[in-house]
Design a protein around this ligand. Structure first.
Ligand code: NAG
Ligand code: NAG
Ligand code: NAG
Ligand code: NAG
Length: 417
């Protein structure tokens, strides 16, 4: 036999054995499919004689599959692990259940939001969205987590002092502890509350276990204060409604380097303004742009900028970050120790520039060193994450509400009763 023929013969036997093993494989697959579907049918009939709920769960799991396919083009490398997110998010949508304690008069500071506008809109949206979502259960035995529905923003609206807030929160939670068995099982570890106003964090200080064990979803998550990064959740601060439409695909109009205008209510803002106020390339105003100068001038400026400087104010956070994202201006995070919202899910380096406060003196050079292509990439990535920093009513897939729910879902894996 010639070498060529030998190899031909060898390859034909390979094909042959390949064919037979594929046949075996398909037979095996067929058998196992039949077995499992029989088993599934059996389990349905034995447990509940085909209950409507098992039928509907069959239908939803089909719907979920279709949704997963839609996701393919949505999830990109702005995620740390797009595939993990996709699968875990789908599981959250199928399973996650939260119990809202029904106690407390909605006309005072419980249950319902104060409003959905202004600096603390995120808190209001969460309260409203949770009820609009399918994550709520009336059956505490089905719940993965327990929501304590007390709104510090509403308390603020009623002019209640900080000290009195602490007492109100303490009395309320102690009431829940006595009335229901859920708190005592884990001393609050499967409980959470949500506050965008930073006073809300202080208002929980009357109950040490609320601080130590419960998940605190807050807008001012600093490594520098009591916030516990692995347990608590950063709530994005979003001032809604936005005054103007979203920016994007408008790079030709972004001819200015960087921008900030605001109150000098923190050390870093004072320094920022002092160093750069007269610069000809960085547009830094040490005061808010007066409304009298022209309508929405402040917002319109975001459309003409490459970078928008976001220094921390009285807290690490600022609604300016969500503004920058909305208007398509790459945010420059100038706020040390800020546990950025969704930091563990999204890679902030792909759509923002993070500058240490001590480097504020080199700010202009840092931004000028970014090549145009680098800016374009950051800008384009920004458009991919805009939806995660927006609240809707009712909430929609992957929006700010669902991202916060996903953070809670991640934490429920750690806390199990
Ligand atoms: C705080 O609580 C005390 C005692 O209930 C009450 O007399 C006082 O008016 C409250 N103050 C404020 C600002 O809420
Ligand atoms: C939970 O524990 C507290 C403090 O020990 C107690 O006062 C309360 O009655 C307990 N709650 C229930 C429902 O047993
Ligand atoms: C650029 O700015 C001009 C003038 O404001 C506006 O008419 C145009 O739509 C902008 N271009 C894009 C792509 O947004
Ligand atoms: C900016 O200009 C003003 C007015 O000319 C001046 O008073 C101020 O010292 C300047 N600031 C810096 C940092 O040069």
């Amino acid at each position: 036999m010639s070498a060529a023929k030998a190899s031909q013969a060898a390859s034909s036997t390979t094909v042959c054995s390949l064919r037979s093993s594929m046949l075996t494989l398909s037979i095996l697959t067929l058998i196992s499919f039949t077995f499992f579907s029989l088993k599934y049918l059996q389990s349905i009939t034995t447990t509940s004689t085909i209950s409507p709920s098992s039928l509907s769960s069959l239908l939803t799991s089909k719907a979920v599959k279709d949704e997963e396919i839609d996701d393919e083009e949505v999830l990109t490398d702005v995620f740390h692990s797009p595939e993990v997110f996709r699968l875990n998010y789908a599981e959250m949508e199928r399973k996650f259940k939260v119990y809202i304690y029904p106690d407390g008069d909605p006309n005072t500071y419980y249950q319902t939001p104060r409003k959905l506008t202004g600096k603390y809109a995120s808190e209001g949206y969460f309260f409203q969205n949770l009820r609009e979502s399918k994550f709520v259960t009336d059956d505490p035995d089905q719940a993965h987590l327990f929501f304590i529905p007390i709104s510090s923003h509403k308390m603020r609206g009623k002019g209640i002092s900080y000290d009195n807030m602490t007492v109100i929160v303490q009395k309320y939670v102690e009431g829940l502890m006595t009335k229901y068995p859920h708190w005592n099982r884990t001393l609050g570890a499967d409980h959470f509350f949500v506050t965008c106003h930073d006073v809300g964090v202080r208002a929980t200080e009357g109950l040490p276990f609320l601080i130590k064990n419960s998940i605190r979803v807050v807008c001012s998550p600093s490594y520098n204060v009591g916030f516990i990064p692995h347990k608590d959740v950063a709530l994005p601060q979003v001032l809604q409604p936005f005054a103007l439409p979203a920016g994007g695909n408008d790079i030709e109009n972004r001819t200015n380097l960087g921008f900030w205008a605001g109150h000098r209510n923190s050390k870093i803002r004072v320094v920022l303004a002092r160093i750069w106020e007269n610069d000809t390339e960085l547009d830094i105003s040490n005061n808010r742009i007066s409304r009298a100068t022209g309508p929405l001038l402040y917002q319109k400026r975001f459309y003409t900028m490459k970078f928008c400087i976001c220094p921390g104010g009285s807290q690490v956070n600022s609604a300016r970050i969500a503004d920058s994202i909305h208007y398509g201006c790459v945010p420059v995070i100038l706020s040390d120790y800020y546990d950025l919202p969704f930091n563990d899910i999204l890679d902030w380096k792909k759509f923002s520039v993070i500058v240490r406060e001590k480097d504020v003196y080199q700010l202009k050079q840092i931004l000028k060193n970014k090549a145009q292509e680098e800016f374009v990439t950051l800008h384009n990535n920004l458009l991919k994450i805009q939806k995660h920093f927006q609240w809707n009513s009712p909430p929609i897939k992957h929006d700010a509400f669902h991202m916060v729910m996903y953070e809670l879902w991640l934490r429920h894996h750690v806390i199990k009763y």
